[in-house]
Design a protein around this ligand. Structure first.
Ligand code: BGC
Length: 422
């Protein structure tokens, strides 16, 4: 079994390149500074995926359509990040494109994603590649999806094939946010019957008191099995560091009477997935806000003027708390922040949020948490799983012309990366 690369810089304060006069925050040398995207949210016309169907059938959804046309414009996207001063880019490969029908792999699509990897490398961006980010091929879901007997086998056949194009990639995320995805699967009902599940996308909190359902236990087990099997394939076929990424919910009890329930919620929604990352090369931490729990379970976020555009409280401190929790529960698997950001139309607020989040993150570094990088969500304003209004991007996109306009936050994050500090 491959062990995390102990010699990779990123763990020790004495290897640092710079220190911040004002916050004491220190970025270890070799630290990844970048931004993240996902294929279905940016590429456009992902017609073979299950999400393409949900967008047509779910009552609250807008379609992704052309998304932001990154399928054709990825080079421009990457160039903007590199020019700003970032050194890493997380993006995904789309299973539905690579395997449009069971067992039929598209050489042209594999070549497309290889070009993306080569483009990132040539621009000085370390590619961080995600193999599954919420969307699955429609045929896979029609055939029973993740709960079917052969799901892991099917996923691994795809992973095996993708590993042919991953030469030179040092970071691979197998499955994005299995703890969200484990109940997102409920949407599969919209594919195999006329039933329309009464749920919105889990990434947007409605104001009617809706709370996220708990992950289905069988889905949790299946995804853990799939992650471990994919990890084995990737370790056999690549030299990359392998991990998965979690939605770190930062669950906390509203009072002493809710402690037991908070522990129960933490266990089924997060810790079971974190423990499954023991033995991985990194854990992808994705934190945005916090989640209170009372003695009945999750408490819906009340409407508040400071809430973000996805209805969550403004809590930049969530990132540092999440990094510490992941480090503890995984028993010290190195942390890569694979997502952190804010849905806001006010870019100055994005900068303020990110500055504060980084302060918390580097506080954790100072306390000994091994953090290997920070990848902001998101590079671009993009398709927020059925919605276009919540904008997370460092770069704005005109959805008629697809023209990209970098926001001040991109220059700010690039400067932070250049200085190596928050
Ligand atoms: C997901 C992204 C999503 C982001 C913001 C994460 O749950 O991985 O796909 O856009 O959060 O909501």
């Amino acid at each position: 079994m491959t062990t995390p690369d102990e010699t990779t810089p990123g763990t020790r304060a004495d290897e640092t390149s710079a220190s911040d006069q004002t916050t004491g925050a220190i970025a270890p040398s070799g630290f990844l500074w970048g931004a993240s995207t996902a294929p279905h949210q940016t590429e456009g016309n992902n017609v073979g995926s299950d999400w393409w169907v949900y967008e047509q059938r779910m009552p609250y959804f807008n379609p992704s359509g052309d998304a932001v046309d990154s399928y054709h414009r990825y080079e421009e996207d990457m160039r903007l990040l590199a020019q700003a001063g970032l050194n890493a880019y997380r993006f995904g490969v789309e299973w539905a494109r690579i395997e449009p029908l069971p067992g039929q792999f598209s050489l042209a699509e594999l070549a497309h994603y290889r070009r993306m990897i080569d483009t990132a490398l040539s621009l000085g961006l370390t590619p961080v590649v995600t193999l599954h980010h919420f969307s699955s091929p429609r045929w896979f879901v029609e055939g029973g999806g993740w709960l079917a007997e052969n799901a892991v086998e099917r996923f691994c056949a795809y992973v095996e094939r993708v590993s042919d194009i991953l030469d030179g990639v040092e970071w691979i995320c197998t499955i994005n946010e299995p703890n969200m995805f484990a109940f997102m699967m409920l949407m599969a009902a919209a594919i195999n019957s006329d039933a329309v599940p009464a749920m919105d996308t889990p990434t947007v909190q409605r104001e009617d008191g809706f709370v996220l359902p708990r992950p289905l236990p069988q889905a949790t087990q299946r995804l853990i099995e799939a992650h471990h099997a994919a990890r084995e394939v990737l370790r056999r076929r690549t030299r990359a560091k392998v991990g998965w990424t979690l939605a770190n919910l930062v669950i906390h009890a509203t009072g002493p009477e809710a402690e037991a329930m908070a522990q129960e919620e933490r266990e089924v929604r997060e810790d079971v997935f974190l423990r499954a990352a023991r033995g991985d090369d990194f854990i992808g931490v994705q934190a945005y806000s916090v989640q209170p729990v009372d003695s009945d379970g999750l408490v819906p976020h009340p409407p508040h003027p400071d809430n973000t555009l996805v209805g969550t409280p403004y809590r930049p401190d969530a990132l540092g708390i999440a990094a510490r929790h992941a480090w503890e529960v995984t028993e010290h698997v190195p942390v890569l922040v694979t997502e952190n950001g804010i849905a806001t139309a006010d870019d100055a607020r994005r900068i303020a949020y990110t500055r504060e989040a980084l302060k918390g993150l580097f506080g954790a570094v100072d306390d000994g948490v091994d953090v290997r990088g920070y990848l902001h969500w998101s590079a671009l304003d993009n398709f927020e799983w059925g919605h276009w209004e919540p904008t997370f991007g460092l770069i704005a996109v005109d959805r008629q012309t697809f023209a990209r306009t970098p926001k001040p936050s991109l220059a700010w994050l690039g400067d932070t990366a250049r200085r190596g500090r928050s």
